[in-house]
Design a protein around this ligand. Sequence first.
Ligand SMILES: NC(=O)c1ccc[n+]([C@@H]2O[C@H](COP(=O)([O-])OP(=O)(O)OC[C@H]3O[C@@H](n4cnc5c(N)ncnc54)[C@H](O)[C@@H]3O)[C@@H](O)[C@H]2O)c1
Length: 262
Amino acid sequence: MGSNEWKVKVVLVTGAARGLGAAIAGNLVEAGARVVLTDIDEAAGSATAGAMGAAFFRHDVTSEADWERVIESVVETTGGLDVVVNNAGIETAALLVDCELRDFQRVMAVNADGCFLGTKWALRVMRPGGASGRGGVVVNLSSVAGLVGVVGLGSYCAAKGAVRLLTKSAALESARLGYGVRVNSIHPAIIKTDMGAAVVRSMTELGLAPDVEAADALIRQMHPMGYGRPEDVAEAVRYLASASGRWVNGAELVLDGGLTAG
Ligand SMILES: NC(=O)c1ccc[n+]([C@@H]2O[C@H](COP(=O)([O-])OP(=O)(O)OC[C@H]3O[C@@H](n4cnc5c(N)ncnc54)[C@H](O)[C@@H]3O)[C@@H](O)[C@H]2O)c1
C-alpha cells in the first residue's frame, strides 16, 4: 500500500525496460509515486511502462542532449522531479590482456558517463532555483564490483568504482552547497537478470569454469545467502529515496548477503 509521501513524488528510473530497473519502477508505482521509465530499448521500455500504467521516454544515458530533453519533459509534464535512479548499465566480460579499448570505453560510457550525466542533471534541476527546485534524491547503481576486483570484469569494476566515488563527491557537494539532494550508491552482488545470467555464462567463455552448471555452482557458493532478487534492490531504493533515509547521504548500501563481508 502506498503512503502519502510517495503520492507527491516524481521518480525517473533509467534502464527500466527490464531487470532491476523494471523492478525498481514497479515497486515505486505500487508505492504510489508518479514514475517515468526510460531506456535505450524503446519497444521493451514502452511495453514495461505500459503494463505499469507509467510513462516512458526513449533515452540513451550516454547522451547529454537526451538527458536535457528527458528531464525537461518530465518537469514540464509532472511539475517537478524528486528522485533519479541511475540504473542503466552494461557489462562486458574479458580478461584484461584481451579486452579491446572500445569495449572498455563503452562500459565506462554507459555505467560511468551515464551516471555522471544523470547525477549532474538531477542536481541542476532539483537544487534551489532549478526547474524543479524542491530538493530530492539520487540513487546510483554501482555493484559489489565497485568495491572489490573481479576476474574477467576489469572494465565493469573500473566503471562501478567510478560510480561509487562520483556518488560520494556529489553527496558532499550537494550538502555543502545546500542543494537539498541526497546522493547514495547501491552495490548488489549477482541477481539473475539478463545481465546477471550473462556474468555467470561468461565464466565458461573465459575458461574459468568447464560449463554453465559449474559456473553457476561456483558463483552461488561465493554468495553466503544465495543469489539476490530484483525486489531486494527495489526495496533498498525505496528506503533511500524515502523520508526514512533523510540522514543517509554519500553512503554505499551493499546488498550481497555477506559476499564482501569477509
Ligand atoms: N544483475 C546483477 O547481478 C547486477 C549486480 C550489480 C549491479 N547491477 C547493476 O544494476 C543495473 C541494472 O542491471 P540489470 O541486471 O537490470 O541489467 P539488464 O541488462 O537486465 O538491464 C539493463 C537495462 O539498461 C538498458 N541500457 C543499456 N544501455 C543503455 C543506455 N546507453 N541508455 C539507456 N539504457 C540502457 C538496457 O536496454 C536494459 O533494459 C546496472 O547498472 C548493473 O550494472 C546488476
